[in-house]
Design a protein around this ligand. Structure first.
Ligand SMILES: [Zn+2]
Ligand SMILES: [Zn+2]
Ligand SMILES: [Zn+2]
Length: 164
């Protein structure tokens, strides 16, 4: 697989996650400056909470955290912030888990393919145009015009496989 297709690899267990977090927030800030979008302190905090790890986070977990930090944090506040972050491409929703994960290359165009480890819960993201083109082509054969595709693959990551 060409390296450039890997947007977020599975992290090494020894990696310094604070750095992932810092890079992700920095990229989001940069993208917002370029696009003229506003990364309010709430949106930024929700992004940080999604990036707490490489495991998808549920909206109510984010809400619980926010409630502990600021008064008046309500579900619509969190969902609106998540919608913003999704639209800007800073986070993705993993539908099969109903949870959110940070994007390693915020704002990339194209469709994501997500590898979800069923043991540790971590997610890797790839963006392989060949896979997307193949699906679009097969869909077209059925008269279907595909607009957006997200693929979620369950399995075991390398670390979890090695630990067995
Ligand atoms: Zn990390
Ligand atoms: Zn992404
Ligand atoms: Zn794993």
């Amino acid at each position: 697989m060409p390296r450039q297709n890997v947007l977020s690899p599975f992290p090494q267990s020894s990696h310094v996650h604070a750095r992932c977090l810092k890079v992700a927030v920095g990229k989001a800030e940069q993208a917002c400056r370029t696009r003229g979008a506003r990364l309010t302190s709430l949106r930024r905090r929700v992004l940080e909470l999604v990036w707490r790890s490489h495991e998808p986070v549920k909206a109510y977990d984010i809400l619980d955290r926010l409630r502990a930090e600021r008064r008046g944090a309500a579900p619509p506040t969190v969902y609106r912030a998540l919608d913003f972050l999704r639209e800007e491409g800073f986070v993705h929703k993993i539908e099969s888990l109903n949870a959110y994960v940070g994007c390693g290359e915020p704002g990339h165009l194209g469709s994501g393919q997500f590898l979800i480890c069923r043991h540790c819960g971590e997610v890797a993201e790839i963006d392989d145009g060949d896979i997307a083109a193949l699906i679009a082509d097969r869909a077209r054969q059925l008269g279907f015009a595909s607009e957006r595709q997200t693929i979620e693959v369950d399995g075991l990551c390398g670390d979890c496989r090695a630990a067995r």
